[in-house]
Design a protein around this ligand. Structure first.
Ligand SMILES: C[S@@+](CC[C@H](N)C(=O)[O-])C[C@H]1O[C@@H](n2cnc3c(N)ncnc32)[C@H](O)[C@@H]1O
Length: 241
C-alpha cells in the first residue's frame, strides 16, 4: 500500500521550520511532567485522531488476547479496543502516573494491569504477548533507542504475534534530520542528561521505521492506513513452523 503521509510536503516543512524558529528558546519539559500538566485538555486535544483510534482498534482480532500497550496514557486507543473486544487482557505501561489514573477511572472494570514505568526498562518477557500495541508514543525517540525497543518487543511477542503501531511519521528524510538536529541542540544547550526523557517530537520516515522493524526480526511489515498524519503499521513475528 502506498500511503500519502502529507499532501503538501514543502508547505509542511516550511511550517515546521517556522515553528522551530519561534519556539527555539522554550525550555524542554520532562516527559511525564509534560503530560501531567496537560491532563485536563489532553483527550480533547487528541480528538483530531478519533477516527485513527477507531481504525487502529479495527485491526485487532476479536476474542481473549494478552495485549501490552506501550505509552498507553489515558487509553484513547484502549477505549476503542475494549468497545470491540471487552475480553482483552491488557497491560498498559506509561511513565506518567496522572495519565494512568485517568485510564484506571475509565476502565477499572476491565482486565487491565497498569504499570508506571519506562517501557525501555519494562521486562516484556513476563508474558508471551499476543499483541504489543503503541499509539503516538514512540516518535519521541532516536532510531538507536527504537531499534533496541523493537528487538525487545519481538522477543516478548509469542510466535505468530503482532506489533501494531500507530504513530506520527516523518514525510521525508529532511523532516527527520531537521527535528533530530534541533532536538540534539536543545538538549545540549539545556544540559539535559542522556538518561532524562523530555518531550520533543522526532518522528522517523516510514522507510526508516520499516528498516528498524525488519532488523529486529519482524516480517510482513505492512502500512495499513494514514489518518490525520497518524500512520498505522503492523509487523508480525514468524509463527512456529
Ligand atoms: C501522546 S501520549 C499517547 C498516549 C496514548 N497512547 C494515546 O494515544 O492517547 C504519549 C504517552 O507516552 C508516554 N511515554 C513517553 N515515553 C515513555 C517511556 N519511555 N515509557 C513509558 N511511557 C512513555 C507518555 O507519558 C504519554 O502518556
Amino acid at each position: 500500500m502506498n500511503l500519502i503521509i502529507r499532501e503538501n510536503v514543502q508547505a509542511h516543512l516550511k511550517e515546521l521550520e517556522d515553528w522551530l524558529a519561534q519556539t527555539r528558546e522554550e525550555p524542554l519539559e520532562d516527559m511525564a511532567g509534560f503530560f501531567s500538566a496537560r491532563l485536563e485538555d489532553y483527550e480533547e486535544h487528541m480528538s483530531l485522531w478519533k477516527e485513527a483510534y477507531r481504525r487502529f482498534a479495527d485491526f485487532m482480532p476479536k476474542g481473549p488476547m494478552k495485549v501490552l500497550d506501550l505509552g498507553c496514557g489515558t487509553g484513547l486507543e484502549l477505549d476503542e479496543c475494549f468497545l470491540r473486544n471487552p475480553e482483552l487482557q491488557v497491560t498498559g505501561v506509561d511513565l506518567c502516573r496522572d495519565m494512568l489514573e485517568k485510564l484506571r477511572e475509565k476502565h477499572g472494570d476491565k482486565q487491565l494491569e497498569l504499570v508506571c514505568a519506562d517501557y525501555f526498562q519494562y521486562d516484556m518477557s513476563r508474558s508471551a504477548w499476543d499483541m504489543v500495541i503503541s499509539f503516538e508514543s514512540l516518535h519521541h525517540f532516536f532510531p538507536e533507542q527504537k531499534g533496541t525497543l523493537y528487538r525487545k518487543i519481538y522477543t516478548g511477542l509469542r510466535e505468530g504475534g503482532t506489533f501494531l503501531l500507530g504513530d506520527y511519521i516523518a514525510c521525508t528524510p529532511r523532516e527527520e534530520e531537521l527535528l533530530q538536529q534541533e532536538y540534539r541542540e536543545r538538549r545540549s544547550r539545556s544540559r539535559i542528561p542522556p538518561e532524562q526523557f523530555v518531550h520533543f517530537d522526532i518522528p522517523l520516515t516510514l522507510e526508516h521505521e520499516t528498516a528498524l522493524l525488519s532488523a529486529a526480526g519482524f516480517e510482513n511489515i505492512t502500512p495499513l492506513d494514514c489518518i490525520e498524519g497518524a500512520v498505522l503499521l503492523s509487523a508480525e513475528k514468524k509463527p512456529l513452523q
